[in-house]
Design a protein around this ligand. Structure first.
Ligand SMILES: *[C@@H]1O[C@H](CO)[C@@H](O)[C@H](O)[C@H]1NC(C)=O
Ligand SMILES: *[C@@H]1O[C@H](CO)[C@@H](O)[C@H](O)[C@H]1NC(C)=O
Ligand SMILES: *[C@@H]1O[C@H](CO)[C@@H](O)[C@H](O)[C@H]1NC(C)=O
Ligand SMILES: *[C@@H]1O[C@H](CO)[C@@H](O)[C@H](O)[C@H]1NC(C)=O
Length: 372
């Protein structure tokens, strides 16, 4: 009895400490309350759990040290898990299997995200002199895959609608690759704002409208993180004026640009909510989740916020060129990946993804209104 009570009060103390050490707290399985039968994810390398390595088996992220924290390389662009893995776990589902892998069983939904994917089709980007990316599997192509997948699993006009009612749709993060390519191509922020942002937002709106037409009732649309803090952007678009940088060492004008995209994305989602009042369309605020990590990085155990863990050279532990990048022969890996927000030049570490997903799940859970 007394031992049980001691354990009980100890648990209370632990709970107390836990609650006060995180501004956001949610039990590991909190999305389970939604009873999702499946998750369908569209996006780029932020969510790709193994599609791109089917088409590009030689890609660096098909082998170690990618995946080293979970003991094997899976095609995820991280040392371990991605945000979508933590979201699936929280929903009580297994990790999403990639659409392109013939061995996938799709028991918990489908991962359509593809590393390098853009929101806009390759032809649209070419029109603006943005050269073809390593992949053409943009958002519209991923939606075609979704349509194909449905035709093999349910009757699209009938029981798919019923099945998808209880599913979670994740449309994004997507669009960062379009913008990054434009900036690296020398486009100015003003140009990208005027020409590309409306097109990217329309592509995302079209994708949301499309999944709703198939029967989606809960659609989460993530914004873009603070890419102005990513080692690749900091290296490729470095500024020679110190005032261009914020106190974390990030490029302010690029972060402002991504905030601009996010603000307009939220306005677009507001329009979609008016058109589809019975559908829960939820914005996932990756930008502020990332900001929360920056603000609390010391407490969270991060010692490096703008340098890669896996990479070599320059101010940010990253240099251009295939032989210098994470995964190439002889490229060093930091001894403590947990201390790094970024794993490689564009991608978050396993540890950062854990905190980002925790923040996002806490933020989106009430908005999904699962108990109603
Ligand atoms: C599918 O499974 C087989 C048998 O385990 C394996 O040999 C093959 O490499 C797998 N294919 C892919 C693309 O993972
Ligand atoms: C991608 O699209 C471009 C332009 O339409 C085409 O030339 C190229 O072959 C495509 N690449 C792949 C891998 O399909
Ligand atoms: C799908 O449902 C529609 C409407 O009930 C029906 O007409 C059609 O035959 C079904 N198709 C298949 C492949 O079962
Ligand atoms: C800083 O960079 C700009 C453009 O990148 C260049 O025009 C300018 O001369 C540079 N200034 C210095 C002090 O290097």
């Amino acid at each position: 009895m007394s031992a049980a009570r001691t354990v009980h009060s100890l648990l209370l103390v632990i709970n107390f400490v836990f609650l006060f050490s995180f501004s956001h707290s949610c039990e590991a399985q909190c999305l389970e309350a939604c009873g999702f039968n499946a998750i369908y994810q569209f996006g780029d390398s932020m969510s790709d759990t193994g599609n791109s390595i089917i088409e590009f088996p030689q890609a660096y992220h098909s082998r170690l040290p990618y995946g080293k924290t979970i003991g094997k390389a899976t095609g995820r662009s991280s040392d371990g898990l991605l945000i979508i893995d933590y979201i699936a776990q929280s929903a009580g589902l297994s990790w999403l299997e990639p659409y392109e892998n013939p061995n996938s069983t799709f028991k918990s939904g489908v991962e359509f995200g593809f590393a390098g994917a853009a929101a806009l089709p390759v032809q649209t980007l070419l029109k603006w002199n943005i050269p073809p990316r390593i992949t053409n599997n943009s958002l519209d192509i991923q939606l075609q895959w979704f349509d194909k997948h449905l035709h093999t699993t349910c009757n699209v006009t009938q029981d798919c609608q019923e099945k998808l009612k209880s599913s979670l749709f994740m449309v994004g993060e997507i669009g960062a690759n379009d913008y990054d390519a434009a900036f690296i191509q020398g486009k100015t922020i003003e140009e990208v704002k005027t020409v590309m942002v409306p097109a990217v937002l329309q592509a995302i709106k079209d994708a949301v409208t499309k999944v709703i037409s198939y029967g989606a009732t809960r659609v989460v649309v993530p914004g873009i993180f603070k890419v102005g803090c990513a080692p690749a952007l900091l290296t490729l678009l470095a500024s020679n004026t110190s005032t261009a940088y914020d106190t974390f060492g990030c490029l302010k004008n690029y972060n402002d640009f991504f905030a601009y995209h996010n603000d307009h994305l939220q306005l677009a989602l507001e329009e979609l909510r008016k058109e589809h009042p019975t559908v829960h369309i939820v914005y996932a605020d990756l930008y502020n989740a990332h900001q929360w990590i920056l603000d609390n990085h010391v407490k969270l155990g991060f010692t490096s916020i703008v340098e890669t863990c896996c990479g070599k050279g320059g101010k940010y532990n990253f240099a251009m060129g295939m032989t210098n990048m994470c995964g190439a022969a002889g490229i060093p890996v930091c001894s403590n990946s947990k201390g790094h927000v970024f794993w490689d030049e564009w991608h978050f570490s396993h540890e950062a993804n854990k905190y980002l997903s925790e923040w996002i799940i806490n933020d989106m859970l009430p908005k999904l209104q699962c108990s109603m």
